[in-house]
Write a protein that binds this ligand. Structure first.
Ligand code: NAP
Length: 278
């Protein structure tokens, strides 16, 4: 079994971004604006780690912090102002939003030119049609597989979870790489049977330690996207200790997909800034 080390790969990606920022932006670095609506503890940690990554990469960042009771109109007004602010290259709306807010409506108010997590209908449509610009987590997973020279062509890939943010996007990118993809969700029947056919199993469901060895084919590649907090510790959707000896490759949690998501956010910020510069 080999560990797919997302943490050290993310450092390589960030170093590349830093070098490009220094090369192309001598007059002023690109700026990533993160919008956070208060109320979700984990989101606070994620935004802080994104700001820290910006610093490492020589990118500028700003945080627009909104109170928990912000209205849809107020949130969309903030987005509108960031869209028209020439200093801002990229906008990230940290999810999840409080229940009274409509995230789909808010996301689609972000200008596609500044939509750093590729979640507007326009950018998702382009990705489904073949563009390589994709949501950060999905991009990170594909890059990690490629970094370890894992050939995806003709492989049976099973993705569990169908969110636009992760499952549906990574399924699309895998299909673009000529894998044969099965996308599973909470209504899928005979899940275990399906996962046991997977050469590559990607799990993004938000259920701690859900995937045990009996879901995994001998010699499979297992990518655990889940981030769940139990007793102050972070656990994945895969029961790592139970599954690891059955896998050819596996991502740890923490230290797998999470750091890559942040590194790909840096890459996407650079990508948008370079596009505007041209
Ligand atoms: P989400 O929007 O809640 O989607 C969860 C998906 O899992 C849904 O499609 C749901 O099916 C499916 N599901 C839930 N229980 C299931 C079950 N028992 N069997 C099969 N499918 C099941 O979550 P998300 O935003 O995609 O995030 C998923 C996990 O990844 C979370 O733990 C999140 O924290 C983590 N995450 C990590 C990163 C990272 O950087 N590592 C980034 C984003 C998210 P239905 O559609 O039928 O409801």
């Amino acid at each position: 079994m080999e560990i797919l080390d997302g943490k050290s790969f993310s450092n390589e990606i960030k170093a590349e971004v830093k070098a490009k920022v220094e090369r192309y932006f001598k007059e002023g670095s690109p700026l990533l604006a993160c919008i956070i609506v208060e109320g979700d503890k984990a989101s606070e940690t994620y935004v802080a780690s994104k700001q820290k990554a910006c610093e490492v990469c020589g990118l500028k960042s700003m945080v627009c912090r909104l109170p928990h009771d912000t209205s849809q109109e107020e949130l969309e007004e903030v987005i509108k102002n960031l869209n028209s602010d020439e200093k801002v290259d990229a906008i990230l709306l940290q999810l999840p939003l409080p229940k009274h807010l409509d995230s789909n409506s808010a996301i689609n108010k972000i200008s596609p030119d500044k939509d750093v997590d590729c979640l507007t209908n326009e950018n998702l449509g382009a990705m489904f049609a073949g563009s390589s610009f994709a949501p950060c987590t999905a991009s990170g997973i594909i890059k990690l597989l490629e970094r370890y020279n894992i050939n995806l062509e003709g492989k049976n890939a099973v993705v569990i979870g169908r969110s636009l943010l992760v499952g549906k996007s990574v399924a699309t990118l895998l299909e673009h790489k000529n894998a044969t993809v099965t996308l599973c969700h909470s209504k899928t029947k005979n899940l275990k049977e399906i996962t046991n056919s997977a050469d590559i199993l990607i799990v993004a469901i938000g259920k701690p330690l859900f995937i045990t060895a009996d879901y995994v084919k001998e010699g499979a590649i297992v990518i655990d996207v889940g981030i769940n907090r139990i007793d102050g510790k972070i656990k994945g959707d895969v029961d790592y200790e139970n599954v690891k000896n059955k896998c050819a490759y596996i991502t740890p949690v923490p230290g797998g997909v999470g750091p890559l998501t942040v590194a790909c956010l840096m890459e996407n910020t650079l990508h948008l800034a370079l596009k505007t510069k041209k």
